[in-house]
Every structure is written in structure tokens, then in C-alpha cells.
Write a protein that binds this ligand. Structure first.
Ligand SMILES: [Zn+2]
Length: 401
């Protein structure tokens, strides 16, 4: 089968780190440790596993982080190489899989939890917090925190992958593939909105208006009774979509503190040799990017005792405000099979219920898809998605042109 394969390359990791953020074209063209290959189909001969034919598979910020060397080497212990990326997947079952018959169209919850690995459930999995699984490096699979980061399972950027029944959610026939590809990122946004523990009328800042920021804004609006939601957006289409998804105010990155000051009456401090910050600010901020700038924006605009949720995969940043302002810094990774903040419902089920929104359907209508062999163009497009007015770029491995 045809697949895009990522291979381990420390020189390319370092090269990617050096040029990736500034020169994305150079990165996807020359330095990215990715190649189009013909390889054997993945195979896991264990109960509950089945083959899937990928129909559409999204490119996520964490994929770009891994390919550009921006992600921390911390994660190198949680993946196995070579791997086929692609953890946002809508696919068709090629085999019967327990109660699901071949031909069913499904979306994949990528987390390779205890159940998928054939080991006794860890404490987190037993509680339904599958995203916190402690066993992602053991069992009958190679290490890999998710589908798309594990050498044995394949991923959505290849024609065929394998997945465990515990990962599969059937997609209603009424959804297009382009809608279905948004279910996984929306499930993560649902998890983030619940992790944010927004109180009634709390003021919220969402730093970033890519797919994570927009879907998180939407989930916050739908699932919490927070008050004003201010979204930081760079590009005109992002500003429009942020409002459609429930933002009360949209500000440019250079004007965040001014916007939050206006909304909260906070005071601004201007250090001589460092970025300005607020005393006072929003109750909850979500970093939906993971860049240093975005994370520091969230930290600097949150009131003392407030909460900052890390939704994008973070890079090192100045944590002074977390200490001085006694902020609660809360991680949000993937989504849970049973969400404590939602009475034990699964994030995927909640996301599937929210898919009918017209704002989500507008975004689905703008999903840009590429055949595998045009991966350089696809990655360039994903790097520049915000500027180009695209929310989600995806591969369609069935397409040849
Ligand atoms: Zn587990």
C-alpha cells in the first residue's frame, strides 16, 4: 500500500527546529523526515483489531510540530518509528470488528489505551480517563501514545491502518467525510472546554484561532455558562469564524492586553526588558496554539488565582506569571472515553451531537484535501492555513490526482 512514512532523523529534527517555524516551505520541501513509500499493510493479529481504509485524514498542529522538530524530545519516548502519521481519521472498516460490520464508516479516537494494548487496565483507563493511560509504551503494540505515532498501527496518511474496537465511533450517514474529519478535533475541544471548568459568567480568553482555538471557542460556548469569550485571531477569515463560533470579542495578537483590559479593568505593567503583562485579567485563558507567544499571552492576561489551559502542545515559555499570580496551569490532552465534567459521557459522543451546528458545517465545507503524493503542497497549505482562510487540511489516500 501507499503511505507517507515518518522516519527518525536527529539531524533533520535539529534542522527542522532551526528553520521550521520561520521557513515552512523549506521545511516541507527538504528537511521534513517524511517520504512517500510502498509498504506492507499494518497487521495486529489480536482480538478486537480490524483493518480500516482511510477516507480522509487531517493534518494537525502536533503533526506539523513533529515534522518540523518543534515538538519536545520528551515525546521521542512515546512514539515508535518508522510511523505513518494521521490521527484525525475517517475510515471504512474492511473487516468485521466485534459488533461493527465491514463497510461501516467510523472515526477513530486515536488514543492507544490499555484495552487496545491487551494489558490490564491502568487506574486512569478504569476511570474512563483513557487520555491519561499509563500503558502507552507496553503490551502487544510498540510504544505510541496514539494511532499515527505507533509503528504497528499505521495512520490515516496511508491507504490502510488498523485500529481497536475501543477506538471506533460510527459516523451517521448524514455526515460528509469532511464533517466527520472534524469529530476528533472537536472531541479534543470538548475535553478542553470541560478541563477549563469555566464558572457562570466567567471571562475567558482563547489565544489562537486555528482549528483548535475555533472549535474550543465553540465547545466553551455550547458546554459552559461562561460570559465573554475573547478570541485572539490573526487573519480576517479566523475573525469571522471566531464570531460565528461564539466569541463576544475578537482581537489581533498585538492588541490582546488592551482588549482584556477593556473587558476586565485590569492594570498593565510594562517591564523595561520583557513583554508587558496584566495585573487582573480573565478568569480562564486557553492557549490553543502552543507557541511561546501564545502561551505567554494566556499567562499574562489571566487574573491572580485564575486558570490557564494548555491545549496546544507547548514549547518552553516564561512561567513567572504562573508563580507570581498563583495560576492553575492545567493540561488538556486528547479526550476521554468518560468525561467527568459531562456526567461520564464520552467526548466523541458529545462532539457527534454538536456536529449539526451551521458554523461547523461551514468549516467542513472548506476542508482542503490532497492526494498523498502532493504531501509537500499539503504541508505548506497546513502551515499557512490561517492566512489562506482554511481551517483544516487533510489527505485523501484514495485520490491519485
Ligand atoms: Zn490505561
Amino acid at each position: 500500500m501507499l503511505a507517507l512514512e515518518m522516519f527518525r532523523s536527529l539531524p533533520r529534527h535539529v534542522a527542522g527546529k532551526a528553520v521550521g517555524a520561520r521557513m515552512p516551505g523549506v521545511l516541507s520541501g527538504y528537511a521534513a523526515p517524511l517520504r512517500l513509500v510502498t509498504i506492507d499493510q499494518p497487521h495486529v493479529a489480536k482480538p478486537g483489531w480490524a483493518r480500516l481504509r482511510s477516507r480522509l485524514s487531517g493534518i494537525c498542529g502536533s503533526d506539523l510540530g513533529a515534522l518540523s522538530g518543534r515538538s519536545s524530545l520528551y515525546f521521542s519516548g512515546l512514539v515508535s518509528m518508522p510511523l505513518v502519521p494521521g490521527h484525525e481519521v475517517v475510515a471504512e472498516l474492511l473487516d468485521d470488528c466485534e459488533d461493527l460490520s465491514a463497510g461501516s464508516r467510523v472515526v477513530v479516537d486515536p488514543i492507544l489505551r490499555c484495552q487496545a494494548r491487551g494489558v490490564a487496565s491502568c487506574e486512569s483507563c478504569r476511570a474512563g480517563a483513557t487520555n491519561r493511560c499509563d500503558r502507552v509504551t507496553v503490551g502487544h503494540l510498540s510504544p505510541g501514545l496514539q494511532t499515527g505515532f505507533c509503528a504497528d498501527t499505521g495512520g490515516g496518511w496511508g491507504e490502510i491502518l488498523v485500529a481497536h474496537r475501543s477506538q471506533l465511533h460510527v459516523v451517521p450517514d448524514t455526515f460528509s467525510d469532511e464533517q466527520a474529519i472534524l469529530v476528533e478535533p472537536l472531541a479534543c475541544a470538548v475535553h478542553t472546554a470541560l478541563r477549563a471548568q469555566v464558572g457562570a459568567n466567567d471571562k475567558v480568553l482563547v489565544s489562537g484561532a486555528g482549528s483548535v482555538g475555533l472549535l474550543t471557542t465553540f465547545a466553551l460556548r455550547e458546554l459552559t455558562d461562561g460570559g465573554e469569550i475573547t478570541v485572539v485571531a490573526k487573519h480576517p477569515r479566523q475573525r469571522e469564524l471566531a464570531r460565528a463560533f461564539g466569541a463576544t470579542d475578537v482581537v489581533a495578537p498585538d492588541h490582546v492586553l488592551r482588549g482584556v483590559r477593556r473587558a476586565t479593568g485590569a492594570f498593565q505593567v510594562e517591564p523595561d526588558y520583557s513583554r508587558p503583562f496584566l495585573l487582573g485579567g480573565v478568569d480562564v485563558a486557553v492557549d490553543a496554539v502552543g507557541s511561546r507567544e501564545s502561551l505567554e499571552t494566556a499567562l499574562h492576561a489571566t487574573r491572580a488565582g485564575g486558570r490557564v489551559v494548555l491545549s496546544g502542545m507547548p514549547v518552553p515559555a516564561d512561567l513567572s506569571a504562573a508563580w507570581f499570580r498563583e495560576l492553575e496551569v492545567v493540561g488538556s490532552y486528547g479526550s476521554a472515553e468518560r468525561e467527568p465534567g459531562a456526567g461520564g459521557r464520552g467526548a466523541f459522543d458529545i462532539a457527534l451531537d454538536l456536529m449539526d451546528s451551521s458554523a461547523v458545517q461551514d468549516v467542513a465545507a472548506s476542508v482542503a484535501s490532497y492526494p498523498l503524493h502532493r504531501w509537500r503542497e499539503a504541508l505548506d497549505h497546513a502551515h499557512s492555513a490561517g492566512r489562506l482562510g482554511t481551517v483544516k487540511v487533510a489527505f485523501d489516500p484514495r485520490r491519485s490526482a
